[in-house]
Design a protein around this ligand. Sequence first.
Ligand SMILES: [Mg+2]
Length: 385
Amino acid sequence: MVKIRDVEAFVIDLPLERPFLMASRAITRQTEIIVRIHTDEGVTGVGSAHGAPLGQVAEIIAKELGPLIVGEDPRNVEHLWQGMFRTTCTPRTQTSATTGASLPKGAGRPQVMAAIGGIDIALWDIVGQLYEQPLWRLFGGIRTRIPTYATGGYYTEDGDDTGLADEFAGYVEQGFREVKLKAGRFSPEHDYQRAAVVREAIGPDVALYVDVSQGWNVWDAVRAGRLYESLDVAWYEEPVHWYDDISGLAQVARQVQIPLTSGESEFTKQGVRDLILNGHIAITNFDCTKAGGFTEGRKIAALAETHNVRFAPHHAAHIHAHLVAGVPNGMNVELHPDPVRDPLWERMFAERPVVDQGELVLGETPGLGFVLDESALSQLATHVR
Ligand SMILES: [Mg+2]
């Protein structure tokens, strides 16, 4: 039997050269929690978690959930997932029977779900290595070239949009056949004009997506959506505010003829289920690194398939590509080709998946198949164990 020996976390919190503005917030740092799980047979798995506060999620990984699974067989992933998930239903005052530890004071379920996500992904990496197969094959093995889309078009602090056309024409030149533009910060008319500039720059054959990041109320979302229809927008992401993301989405779905995308703000399959059944989404961009890992993501992909909803996970292309490769409704993965927006994509890897003509190419290396740059990691990351 293989046994888990140690679970550690590394926190990366890198300031960006300039802020990238979305609907209602600015991205000023790139953050990442790397999970590393060691086994007694020398196999090490790597996972990735996205959550906040960073230090709290890392502590949950290394000091709370880690000890729960040390000594266990890493191949029993669902069993381990269920054990970790049970802590979300445990009263905060109650100590864990296994470790004598309680979850950190003030830690909420989102932090625990992010921690489970990072650990679960690292466990799957171990499973792939032990069975000597890449994860895309263990997940179903449908394809090895995964379409990617380029996300850009963030707002600038002074509202200057003059770089928009060049930015998106550049993505098409790099080989991208799908692009995504940020929206929702200003009025529907203003943001429609931005999309019109982008459509003009990319031509009629490149797929154009719009991400509102929950920036509008239902009236504005419907108004903007109808304008976007004339630009052949093919995905309309999180068009309404967070507090109305079920009934509000359904209202938009009734009145706008663009497939709705949502899921990145959910923490469970039950949340995505409700978006599908009652919000009438056509695409889900659930993020396995933000909550639940591959184990939850696989169930969401199957649930989505059952309802003819496509699966296009948010962010972390090097991780999510494996899952998209293995499911029939797998659609694409997201990249931020601007190195100022995503410096870690340039700096974090010793061996990284190849992107060729807008497609991410998966290989035969067992597990996740990428290699982190150890010197970059020791330079950029704080070790929590
Ligand atoms: Mg989004």
